[in-house]
Design a protein around this ligand. Structure first.
Ligand SMILES: Nc1ncnc2c1ncn2[C@@H]1O[C@H](COP(=O)(O)OP(=O)(O)O)[C@@H](O)[C@H]1O
Ligand SMILES: [Mg+2]
Length: 388
């Protein structure tokens, strides 16, 4: 085998690998019509020379907030020059200077001057361009919670929303995004900011399993060759992503499973590929959930993991009897613990005819034990009587 054939990638199962990058802007945005309409409604007055409205976009991670704004902005850019949409990633740009430099580059189409009296010069450059074009500025502050942490949120909002007073330009709009549901971006604004900041709340709910499946089916169609993944496996991936309430997990999982099949020189993804990819991808979320557990819940969970590894009977009653020998736990709190583990998606409680419920781990038992912070040893000698 020559080197060129060794490295040749004609074996690939990916028609277009970019489709699985997190920066990829899908051609079709599923299930976000309502949010797109709300944002369009806020922008429309700018077409008639009036000012743009502002918005606060809220929703857990992976609910399409960034994608929705980027899609809307792309369309605006294609359709009109009366609105200048600017996207700022506040994870990267948190200081006032960094944010203004980013705005300058997008408004003026060239990097901001790097000498001189920074801020004022940059602001003036932005305003001059807007003035010349008689265009309205709309700034998306994505992940704006980073500005709050950096102490620049109020200053930037105040200055951006009042740009028009000093520079004779049209009043700007701000779309502020956060994935932190505990944070109220409007309440975080100072009274002086609130007098000019009247945002519409736009909420992004997690996608349902059906919605995730549609998004993933679309991605597979665009990014993979036909027949690489079956409907059944796509459905399984959609279920995992919906359980995790994050479509990004689905996209990563799809890519991971296909890469695994490709590495083994197979033309189709098999169930094992999905299982293996899921272990790698969902492990971090398992860990973050385990951290939130009470000591009692964690102790119970690690017993469940151990028992499951040993292949023992997993009915709720049997698990209780076994747990009782190690943990000071009564029946009531046992059921409370168990229900909580099910609620947060670590175990499923599957009804079994005549046998109550079966406790089934959603994750690999070894991963669960690791997430609980215990290393499971081979079973110690114990006087456990099986309850069946
Ligand atoms: N409605 C949708 N249709 C197609 N792809 C979507 C949709 N919503 C989200 N995605 C994809 O899911 C991923 C996460 O979306 P993103 O907009 O970054 O979420 P958020 O900003 O809410 O965290 C991206 O890869 C994006 O392309
Ligand atoms: Mg985002």
């Amino acid at each position: 085998m020559t080197h060129s054939s060794l490295l040749r990638s004609d074996q690939t199962l990916f028609r277009d690998p970019d489709v699985f990058e997190f920066t990829y802007l899908p051609d079709h945005l599923h299930h976000r019509d309502a949010q797109v309409r709300e944002l369009a409604f806020l922008l429309r007055p700018a077409l008639r020379g009036a000012s743009t409205g502002s918005a606060v976009l809220r929703g857990p991670p992976g609910t399409g907030k960034t994608t929705t704004v980027r899609r809307v902005f792309r369309e605006v850019r294609e359709e009109t020059r009366k609105i200048v949409p600017v996207y700022v990633n506040c994870r990267h740009d948190r200081t006032a200077l960094a944010v203004y430099r980013s705005i300058f580059a997008q408004v003026c189409g060239c990097p901001a001057p790097s000498a001189g009296r920074y801020l004022d010069e940059i602001k003036q450059g932005i305003a001059a361009r807007l003035h010349d074009e008689n265009a309205a500025l709309v700034v998306c502050l994505d992940d704006a919670n980073y500005l709050i942490a950096a102490g620049t949120y109020n200053l930037l909002l105040y200055q951006l929303l009042r740009l028009y007073e000093k520079w004779d330009v049209r009043k700007a709009g701000v779309f502020a995004i956060t994935s932190d549901l505990a944070l109220n971006l409007y309440a975080e604004a100072d009274p002086s900011v609130r007098s000019v900041f009247h945002p519409t709340e736009v909420t992004f709910w997690p996608y349902t399993k059906t919605e995730v499946r549609e998004i993933l089916t679309d991605r597979a169609r665009q990014g993979l060759y036909p027949g690489v993944i079956s409907k059944v496996l796509l459905d399984r991936i959609a279920q995992i992503a919906a359980d995790e309430q994050d479509v990004r997990i689905g996209i990563d999982l799809l890519r991971g499973a296909v890469q695994r099949a490709e590495r083994d020189g197979r033309r189709r993804v098999g169930p094992d590929d999905v299982t293996a990819a899921a272990r790698v991808i969902t492990a971090p979320s398992l860990r973050s959930r385990a951290v939130e557990l009470s000591a009692g819940e964690r102790a119970l969970l690690s017993r469940i993991a151990e028992r499951s590894r040993e292949g023992r009977e997993m009915t709720s009653g049997a698990v209780f009897e076994a747990a009782r020998e190690y943990l000071p736990v009564g029946k009531t709190s046992y059921h409370e613990h168990l229900n909580h583990l099910a609620e947060i998606g670590i175990v499923d409680l599957v009804p079994r005819v005549g046998k109550g419920r079966e406790v089934r781990l959603r994750y690999d038992a070894g991963d669960v034990a690791a997430a609980c912070g215990v290393r499971t040893k081979p079973a110690k000698t114990r006087t456990e009587h099986e309850v069946s």
